[in-house]
Write a protein that binds this ligand. Structure first.
Ligand code: FAD
Length: 457
């Protein structure tokens, strides 16, 4: 009986796979390089700090995933109404954008310029339609140049470290809440014709988003699964028609590997089992990293927001979130997100350098002053955002096709499919991967890597 499974990574995808497999009597070992489970959806606890890696709101259209999370957390699941804003031109705009608010808050000359730019773009499109492959072409043709220059281009440059012309339009279509300026007008005057819904209400566990993965992890343990933390696999080697995973001095036999770690890491572990072309494709799949700075305060900020976007260059961080607005029992913290590439200046910056910028920014936003600060802590996460550069689909597809041809490996999750997705998607992917192992379906049927999903962060 082929019942031995090694799961690589104990984020929501890996834990969900392990949970289902253990429930079906399979023998499961999960290998996780970090000291805690949960991956990007963990809650960090250190010296009185307790914070998520950026704002995490749980919402799903999948009833099975919802009832699973409700079952895991019982009454400890809060229901909240999203409150978030964008800071631009020294004023606040609601997020997602609403036309009435934009026109009321925007300096009048800017508002006129924006509408004129949009009309001009429409006229231009009649003569020579813009290409739609890049983020730049997608946004320009839907919003016009003034709004592109004011918001989209600087925000993307900061978030991705790339020009919008280098990014695939996939990211825009997954992430922009309103499909065009015309859509914004339509939503304003005919709310029933909403073009896209950005769930206004969401769920949040008391004590932090990491409670979901902690509950999943203890379920796996109770069902006989083994989760080895602080354990990074060193190699994955073929043994007849099975696999052997080397980690921490042990050799763990596996009939199946469920992979949820970055495709580049998995390719490294497989070595010569994969062709050179797959290695080349895997190494071109890059991730944007994040440094999180949590600042503990003496008092509350007074702001109601769950999070605030800060696209302008005066702030080195691209977003901040306020933990107590998710759960009033959380410490008085603000979490600042700094986008970067591993090894660059921001990645290597000291806590004091980041703190200096964050505190100046927060003062400018009238959130708090230097005297309010008790302490700060930083955490770095290398694989935060899969970068959807032009051509990324072909590269990801090449790696996934090569993995498939090896047999006995199912790859899923944000890292394992190179997919900018939400928590509930990762949970569902993990379950699909488990069903694939059991011969009852496939990840690809439900989540073809080339198709976009709507995603938060
Ligand atoms: C800033 C931010 C905000 C977000 N906000 C939201 C939100 O509001 N709502 C929402 O639904 N989603 C949100 N998300 C997305 C959500 O966090 C992810 O989609 C989800 O947690 C991914 O789960 P995963 O298991 O697929 O991947 P991961 O969480 O990345 O798990 C992969 C695991 O593999 C481990 N690993 C990596 N390499 C190795 C290795 N070599 N060996 C062993 N282990 C390894 C990692 O440590 C990690 O535990 C947000 C993400 C970010 C970055």
């Amino acid at each position: 009986m082929r019942n031995r499974v090694v799961v690589l990574g104990a984020g929501l995808a890996g834990l969900s796979a392990a949970d289902l497999l253990c429930g079906r009597g399979m023998s499961v070992v999960v290998l996780e390089k970090e000291p805690r489970p949960g991956g990007l959806a963990a809650t960090h606890s250190e010296n009185g700090f307790l914070f998520d890696y950026g704002p995490h709101r749980f919402h799903t259209e999948n009833d099975a995933v919802l009832s699973q999370v409700e079952g895991l957390l019982g009454g400890d699941l809060l229901t909240l109404t999203r409150c978030s804003r964008i800071r631009l031109l020294d004023r606040y705009f609601h997020y997602p954008l609403a036309l009435g608010d934009v026109l009321a808050s925007m300096p009048p000359c800017r508002g006129v310029q924006m509408m004129a730019g949009f009309m001009l773009e429409k006229a231009r499109g009649l003569l020579k339609p813009r290409e739609q492959r890049s983020f730049e072409g997608w946004v320009l043709s839907r919003f016009g140049k003034p709004l592109y220059d004011l918001y989209f281009a600087p925000y993307n440059r900061k978030l991705w470290g790339l020009e919008s012309s280098e990014l695939s339009a996939d990211w825009a279509s997954q992430r922009i809440t309103v499909p065009s300026l015309a859509g914004l007008v339509r939503e304003t005057f005919s709310p029933s014709g909403k073009v896209r819904s950005l769930a206004g209400r969401f769920r949040y566990p008391v004590g932090g988003i990491g409670r979901i993965s902690e509950a999943l992890a203890s379920g796996v343990g109770n069902a006989g699964g083994v989760i080895l933390l602080d354990t990074a696999p060193e190699a994955v080697v073929r043994r007849g028609d099975a696999w052997e995973v080397r980690a921490g001095g042990s050799e763990i036999p596996a009939d199946w590997i469920v992979n949820t770690i970055p495709l580049g890491d998995l390719a490294g572990l497989l070595g010569s089992a994969l062709p050179e072309s797959a290695h080349r494709a895997a190494s071109s799949l890059r991730f944007r990293s994040l440094v999180f700075l949590a600042v503990l305060l003496k008092g509350d900020t007074g702001a109601q927001d769950h999070w605030i976007y800060t696209s302008e260059d005066r702030y080195a961080f691209n977003r901040l979130s306020i933990s107590r607005n998710f759960d009033p029992g959380m410490p008085r913290q603000i979490v600042f997100e700094f986008s970067c590439d591993r090894g660059d200046r921001v990645w290597n910056a000291s806590k004091d350098e980041l703190m200096d910028n964050a505190v100046r920014g927060a003062e400018h936003l009238s959130l708090f002053s230097p005297d309010d600060v008790v302490d700060g802590v930083i955490v770095r996460r290398e694989h935060a955002y899969p970068i959807y550069k032009l051509g990324y689909r072909a590269e990801a597809g090449a790696v996934l096709d090569s993995l498939k041809s090896l047999g006995g490996i199912v790859s899923c999750g944000r890292q394992g499919l190179f997919r900018y997705n939400n928590m509930d998607h990762s949970m569902e992917m993990g379950r699909c991967a488990a069903l694939e192992v059991l011969g009852e379906g496939s990840v690809e049927e439900r989540f073809h890597w080339g198709e976009g999903v709507w995603a938060d962060g």
